[in-house]
Design a protein around this ligand. Structure first.
Ligand code: GTP
Ligand code: MG
Length: 249
């Protein structure tokens, strides 16, 4: 099937009848993919800025890593075909919201909501969709916060709004999702119900661990913050007394 897909793709996608028309159509398609790549760069930079600022203020990174991808032409074709959409640039850009994908991995659950809040309140970003699969996990146990954002990309011809799908999850949620994806990918048929149940169990255990790690972190941080506050207060008192001592001499 895949061998014919390339041919079928070009057959369905309006590539014209002459070499010039073909070159023009192929050029427009790769130009479109380039816009999505640029939108990813913008989102990545915004996330990196937030991460660096947070690190400078709190000595800790709320983002552990960022992965990105632009959907391949074949996946674009397959999804459009599967959903029965016309395959034109306009309908591809209108119908698909995951051509540009950004995956943000955070250490703790609270970081997910903080990162999401910090990025969505920026005034050049429009939130088109928000799905909270952490508060409402999928029946199979999948957890993650999904956002579909629209960001303007400034091209030579002007400003173009581009959609980017952002998935934010903890390292633990990512561990589960990556393995679950591999298992599904290999399509284990036998003992399917049992496998689904086992995966759900793993997701629950992983989530409980996430919650535990979060509360340990909170506890440690509040002790650290108290100590910091205490030592600041101490040094302020010390300064005050030194001044008083100096004045009284
Ligand atoms: P599609 O974008 O067509 O997949 O459907 P949708 O718009 O309803 O998106 P949804 O928010 O449910 O999921 C989009 C993406 O999240 C997928 O492409 C996967 O990357 C990820 N995802 C969603 N559900 C699962 C899941 O059960 N397991 C894993 N591993 N990933 C998932
Ligand atoms: Mg999607």
């Amino acid at each position: 099937m895949h061998q014919n897909l390339g041919y079928e793709f070009f057959n369905r996608y309006d590539i014209g009848d002459t070499p010039d028309e073909f070159t023009d159509a192929a050029g427009k398609f790769s130009e479109m993919l380039c816009w999505y790549g640029c939108a990813i760069k913008e989102i990545r930079t915004k996330l990196e800025v937030l991460n660096e600022e947070f690190k400078a203020k709190k000595s800790r990174n709320p983002i552990e890593s960022i992965r990105t991808r632009v959907k391949s032409p074949m996946s674009i074709y397959e999804k459009m075909e599967r959903r029965g959409y016309e395959i034109t640039l306009d309908s591809i850009m209108g119908e698909l919201h995951d051509i540009a994908g950004v995956r943000v991995i955070c250490p703790f659950i609270d970081d997910i909501y903080m990162v999401s809040e910090m990025i969505t309140r920026q005034d050049d970003i429009t939130v088109l969709e928000r799905k909270d699969y952490i508060k409402h996990p999928k029946p199979n146990g999948y957890r993650s916060l999904h956002l579909v954002l629209e960001i303007p990309v400034f091209l030579s011809t002007g400003k173009r709004p581009i959609k980017v799908e952002v998935q934010i999850r903890t390292m633990a949620m990512d561990f589960w999702a990556s393995l679950e994806h591999q298992i599904h990918y290999k399509k284990f048929k036998e003992d399917k119900v049992e496998i689904v149940e086992q995966l759900l169990d793993c997701a629950t255990v992983i989530y409980e661990t996430d919650l535990k790690m979060q509360s340990i972190h909170k506890e440690l941080f509040s002790v650290k913050d108290l100590r910091k506050e205490y030592s600041v207060r101490e040094s302020e008192i010390e300064k005050k007394y030194t001044k008083v001592r100096r004045l009284s001499v």
